[in-house]
Design a protein. Structure first.
Length: 381
């Protein structure tokens, strides 16, 4: 089977562990011929947007990658919002896929994918959506000019050609149904996922990394990660952690500190030797750290690392929002109106013997809902 991932409405970044990377890598591992058609946008070493040259190469996930520039009849900043690229339909004709997964519901080139589907009715066209009311249509111009006047008419025009709209969260389902007016019949829950390890591999990773960092068997490790700005509420996490007593507690920070929080984080580290900043980690290094940790902390805005942490058997402390509810039962705490961040930390430490049961709870949720092997197989139906 030949699968084309169209990443012209979102990033495709080599060497990362975003959904696009993981699905592409799993498709390749499953023996399919895989092509990624993407914009030239990527992240530089400073984790900021930079641009590659247009062209073709074999990417880090094992698939052929075709990078396309933006069209040039309007300024670059406008083209980035309209998401227009030359030659997308012609590339689809050349590659002749059996399945197309268009990543990111909003963009001009959805028209090219839908047109190809009309000419080749046997092709499956799936569109995934990451949009929700937290990350999209947040300003007047974005809402009324970009989403309502540009993106939504394109989506409506293409709807008859789309087999399923695959939504990554409950918030996304609500957004595409209520804001774009998509019928429930075309919507399917398709969460971000992760790699699920067998017991032996999980234990090996956990023991190896805990030994590397000198973590004893009775120590509890909290971890927060990602591209961290004030909306991630890392400072609030560190404040509540620092108020806890006990040399058996640790707090790892893995990622990139953005904006003006770096100095404040360093103040916490200077005052509390149990807190350690580990810097940016590769996807595999991050998975190792999560396997070695006991509690993943995400009291602020959403991050794909949450699903990864469940796959690595962490108990979780998460913000109480609709998109987190399917992933928390007896394996952690939703902090907000019902329980505070302070209380969640205190309960995790006081009832530390329950963390192993919570770890198994996270493993069960991951096995049933988040394994990229199963998510990728969804495309082969």
């Amino acid at each position: 089977m030949k699968i084309v991932h169209l990443c012209v409405s979102c990033f495709y970044i080599d060497g990362y562990a975003y959904q696009e990377n993981e699905l592409v890598a799993q498709n390749v591992l499953d023996g399919h011929e895989v092509v990624v058609i993407a914009s030239t946008e990527t992240y530089g070493e400073d984790r900021r947007i930079s641009y590659l040259e247009p062209g073709e190469y074999i990417g880090s996930d094992g698939a052929k990658v075709v990078r396309l520039p933006y069209r040039k009849f309007l300024p670059h900043a406008v083209m980035r919002k309209l998401r227009m690229h030359p030659g997308v339909y012609e590339l689809l004709e050349r590659e002749a896929p059996d399945v197309i997964l268009f990543h990111g519901l909003c963009g001009w080139e959805l028209l090219a994918a839908a047109s190809y589907k009309l000419s080749h009715p046997a092709v499956k066209l799936y569109v995934d959506s990451h949009e929700d009311f937290n990350n999209s249509a947040r300003t007047f111009i974005s809402k009324y000019f970009l989403h309502l006047s540009f993106y939504r008419p394109i989506i409506k025009r293409c709807l008859s050609s789309i087999d399923k709209v695959l939504c990554i969260s409950v918030d996304t389902i609500n957004f595409v149904r209520d804001f774009y007016g998509l019928p429930q019949a075309v919507i399917e829950f398709f969460p971000l996922g992760g790699k699920v390890y067998a017991d032996d591999e999980f234990s090996d990773r956990r023991l190896r990394v805990r030994e590397r960092y000198g973590i004893c068997s009775d120590e509890i490790v909290f971890i927060q990660s990602g591209k961290i700005d004030r909306t991630k509420k890392l400072l609030e996490s560190l404040s509540e952690f620092s108020a806890l007593e006990g040399p058996h507690l640790r707090f790892f920070i893995a990622g990139h500190l953005q904006g003006d929080i770096a100095d404040a984080v360093q103040d916490f580290i200077h005052k509390d030797s149990r807190i350690r900043f580990l810097g940016w980690k590769s996807p595999d290094e991050l998975r190792d750290l999560l396997c070695a940790s006991d509690v993943y902390v995400q009291p602020g805005t959403q991050s794909a690392t949450m699903q990864m942490s469940l796959c690595c058997r962490c108990a979780v402390i998460l913000d109480d929002v609709p998109s987190h509810k399917p992933f928390v039962s007896d394996n952690g705490w939703l902090v907000g109106s019902g329980i505070s961040l302070k209380e969640a930390f205190q309960i995790a430490v006081k009832n530390s013997k329950d963390l192993s049961l919570m770890a198994q709870g996270s493993a069960d949720i991951a096995a049933h809902h988040l394994d990229y092997k199963s998510l990728a197989a969804r495309l082969y139906r």
